[in-house]
Design a protein around this ligand. Structure first.
Ligand SMILES: NC(=O)c1ccc[n+]([C@@H]2O[C@H](COP(=O)([O-])OP(=O)(O)OC[C@H]3O[C@@H](n4cnc5c(N)ncnc54)[C@H](OP(=O)(O)O)[C@@H]3O)[C@@H](O)[C@H]2O)c1
Length: 228
């Protein structure tokens, strides 16, 4: 095991589970979180013992995020990936938008993830990096419309991630990368998605590990820049 440490928030399945496994393969100590017991994460922790440590965290619950700070010392973490996210209701047409459901998805996909990153920021080393899992669907420039709940939540996340960087992370020498994982074969991406989890997570981890100067940019898994 190397002396590197990573935290993955939302590692029960899909991309987050893939990130936890690949980070362990790369030698990291990994704090990987779930909301409820995940068989896949337990199997990964068994296979990568003792590197993957399982913790509980819901990004919409401030106490559960704060609980993670007890497990690690300040300035000890190289990488934090906030991966948690939901797609939202089936009908996402403009006419179907309802205030309560808008608030819910903004809480889960934008406010919760960015506040979680802010809470965990003191754990990061100077020169560490935070990966915020957003989506190309949160690019206004790239948008063809539709998927309105999901898109607005990821646009909101992107803006709050900029604030996280400008107002908090930059002064600590920590970068914030808004990540588009590609269209990935997971529960959310579905079986027809273009790439598998391994391709996505390897691409994103290569990018995050290559960061040197603190900055906030929007990158796809293949290293291309996504327009805001
Ligand atoms: N798949 C794609 O093609 C794609 C494309 C662009 C962006 N993304 C983004 O990539 C991320 C992962 O997507 P995925 O495809 O792996 O989705 P997924 O298979 O549906 O997994 C979502 C993960 O987020 C966790 N999560 C959801 N709400 C949470 C909360 N309130 N607190 C903590 N964890 C929570 C889930 O935990 P539970 O198991 O407890 O539900 C699960 O671990 C998401 O942010 C998604 O928006 C995915």
């Amino acid at each position: 095991m190397s002396d590197k440490t990573a935290i993955v928030i939302g590692a029960s399945r899909g991309i987050g589970l893939g990130l936890a496994k690949e980070l362990a393969s790369r030698g990291y100590r990994v704090i990987a979180t779930e909301r409820s017991e995940s068989e896949g994460l337990r199997e990964a922790a068994e296979r990568h013992r003792p590197q993957i440590e399982i913790a509980t965290c819901d990004v919409t619950d401030k106490d559960s995020v704060a609980g993670l700070t007890d497990r690690l010392t300040a300035g000890s973490v190289d990488l934090l990936v906030v991966n948690a996210g939901v797609y939202g209701p089936d009908d996402q047409s403009l006419a179907a938008l309802e205030r309560e459901a808008v608030a819910d998805i903004i809480d889960t996909n934008a406010v919760g993830p960015v506040q979680a990153a802010l809470t965990l920021l003191p754990l990061l080393k100077k020169g560490g990096t935070i990966g915020m899992m957003t989506s190309k669907m949160g690019s206004i420039d790239d948008s063809s419309g539709g998927a309105n709940y999901y898109r607005l939540s990821k646009v909101a996340q992107n803006m709050l991630s900029r604030s996280l960087f400008e107002s908090h992370a930059k002064e600590r020498g920590v970068g914030v990368i808004s990540l588009h994982p590609g269209w990935v074969q997971t529960d959310m991406g579905g079986p027809n998605a273009l790439i598998d989890v391994e391709t996505s997570v390897n691409g994103m981890l290569d990018l995050l590990e290559a960061e040197s100067e603190p900055r906030h940019v929007f990158l796809a898994y293949d290293g291309s820049t996504v327009l805001w």
